[in-house]
Design a protein around this ligand. Structure first.
Ligand SMILES: NC(=O)c1ccc[n+]([C@@H]2O[C@H](COP(=O)([O-])OP(=O)(O)OC[C@H]3O[C@@H](n4cnc5c(N)ncnc54)[C@H](OP(=O)(O)O)[C@@H]3O)[C@@H](O)[C@H]2O)c1
Length: 316
């Protein structure tokens, strides 16, 4: 009897604690669903072999879209495609090689897309590398700035004709809630003078929003809409470069933050919701304010010009 009382009070305490956790989770996670179908539409999702990108691709496939998984690791990409095909009846999923840390790979990818696809309605710039030790891309850019910003900037530039041709179409740039910590260090964009992994990551996520604003103003009349998204705090492999104790902390309290499927909601909201104003920023499936730096038109146009210069492209 005594032990039963002990057990039941323990059960009660656990249950209460669980309820509180769910309330806490609810503060950060808004549930979302939509029955909008995407039959006949084509979508590219970068970094679709894991985490938020994989869940985004799966949901788009469920809606009937032809989904191109644009990934650098072909083995993981094939695995993701077969997972999606197993879970989604009649899924149309294609795997294509894309390494955003190499402009040659980005060119090859875009060429293949033009040779194999008639249209492109959704470009989801989701791939990202976070808080990694210093390294450079094949073209000598600091990796986080090079992959998260320049790689997607170049990819979007190359695919823009197809997006225009397929209008109405959308570009979605996955940024982050940490962007307000960011500053664009024009004097040292590639962290050659000094490198801090967090500083470089938050710069790249701020750059995602500035790119969104500038691109939106340039392509609105051509029927291409552009959105920036904060997926929230999501339990994914993005923490792979964090120090072990921090990884342990995130994994231990991972049940408090979003699952990858929940992390994909805001991207999907921007992909399917009709009539969203272009050039805007979304968090928890709603338009949200972004930092003052992210709203700075001068910084946005300067970053655009510098990005074109670094990539050796003319993008009017
Ligand atoms: N998780 C969060 O809490 C959180 C919060 C805010 C924003 N975000 C953003 O959400 C996006 C998705 O991240 P995630 O959390 O889902 O992490 P993830 O599971 O680590 O996914 C990142 C994806 O990006 C790919 N990637 C990295 N470098 C690449 C490159 N050079 N070329 C092509 N693909 C590359 C990875 O491929 P490999 O498997 O080959 O490495 C992976 O598929 C990122 O932009 C991230 O900044 C995440």
């Amino acid at each position: 009897m005594r032990s039963f009382e002990k057990d039941s009070s323990c059960w009660f305490t656990c249950n209460k604690a669980f309820e509180k956790m769910n309330v806490l989770r609810g503060l950060f996670t808004k549930s979302w669903s939509s029955d909008i179908q995407l039959d006949g539409k084509t979508a590219i999702v970068t970094g679709a072999n894991s985490g938020i990108g994989k869940e985004t691709a799966k949901d788009l496939a469920k809606r009937g879209a032809r989904v191109i998984l644009a990934c650098r690791d072909m083995e993981k990409a094939e695995q993701a495609a077969s997972d999606i095909s197993r879970d989604v009846e009649n899924a149309i999923v294609v795997v294509r090689k894309l390494d955003l840390a190499d402009t040659k790979s980005i060119c090859d990818f875009a060429e293949l897309i033009y040779n194999t696809e008639k249209s492109l309605h959704l470009l989801i710039n989701n791939a990202g590398v976070a808080i990694c030790p210093y390294s450079t891309t094949a073209d000598g850019f600091e990796t986080q700035f090079g992959v998260n910003h320049l790689g997607h900037f170049f990819l979007t530039f190359l695919l823009m004709d197809l997006l225009k041709h397929s209008a109405p179409s959308r570009v979605i740039n996955v940024s982050s809630l940490v962007h307000p910590m960011g500053k664009i260090h024009f004097e040292d964009l590639n962290s050659e003078k000094s490198y801090h992994p967090v500083k470089a990551y938050v710069q790249s996520k701020l750059a995602n929003i500035l790119f969104t604003r500038e691109l939106a103003s340039r392509v609105e009349e051509m029927g291409v809409s552009v959105y920036a998204v904060d997926p929230g705090l999501v339990k994914t492999e993005i923490i792979r470069h964090l120090k072990k104790p921090l990884q342990f902390f995130v994994k231990t309290f991972g049940f408090l933050i979003k699952t990858s499927a929940e992390g994909a909601y805001t991207t999907l909201y921007c992909a399917v919701t009709p009539d969203l104003p272009t050039g805007t920023y979304y968090s928890n499936c709603a338009m949200a304010p972004c930092s003052r730096a992210a709203n700075d038109d001068n910084t946005a146009s300067r970053l655009w010009a510098v990005s074109c210069h670094l990539l050796g492209i003319r993008w009017k």
